[in-house]
Design a protein around this ligand. Structure first.
Ligand code: NI
Length: 170
């Protein structure tokens, strides 16, 4: 397994739309394993392939308290169950140390393939439902800060750029 580099906002590559996985083969399973390692190492609960500069429809998640329930989503899609939405504070491994509340559907039905290429269906609510919507947005090139005002988003972008300069020592 290998740890992958996570792109950080406002990197334009995060805006790439991911393409469907045609075949779930060993190469895709390797990507899944590397993404899980990268996500756990960064103490995240979700990671989309877009965030590691691989533009294929692959997501990993684990919303359990002890990181014991990895979930693999290949070619995922969701449909809302009902119209109700709520707000939860969200963060993102591509936007470190920034949190904001964004509206998400309360309940969704997820359809995806697992690491063996087998289709499954899952009804989710609460944190898992939020996480599914957040990660699937990544595959479309959408970030949670896109739900905020452009004023706020620009402020976050500036903060991130400053942070990148500091960590690069430039
Ligand atoms: Ni994210």
């Amino acid at each position: 397994m290998a740890k992958l580099v996570i792109l950080e906002f406002p990197d334009e590559r995060l805006r790439t739309k991911a393409v469907e996985v045609e075949k779930v083969d060993d190469e895709v399973r390797q990507l899944v394993d590397d993404m899980l390692e990268t996500m756990y190492d960064a103490s995240g609960i979700g990671l989309a392939a877009t965030q590691v500069d691989v533009h294929r429809r692959v997501v990993v998640m684990d919303v359990s308290d002890d990181g014991s329930e990895p979930l693999v989503l290949i070619n995922p899609s969701y449909t809302p169950i009902g119209d109700d939405k709520d707000f939860l504070s969200e963060g993102c491994l591509s936007i470190p140390e920034y949190y904001a509340e964004v509206p998400r559907y309360l309940k969704v039905k997820l359809n995806a393939l697992d690491r063996n290429g087998d289709a499954y269906e899952l009804e989710a609510d609460g944190l898992l439902a939020h996480c599914i919507q957040h990660e699937l947005d990544h595959l479309e090139g959408v970030l949670f800060v896109d739900y905020l005002s452009s004023l706020k988003r620009n402020r976050v972008a500036k903060k991130m750029q400053k942070r990148h300069k500091q960590t690069q020592g430039a």
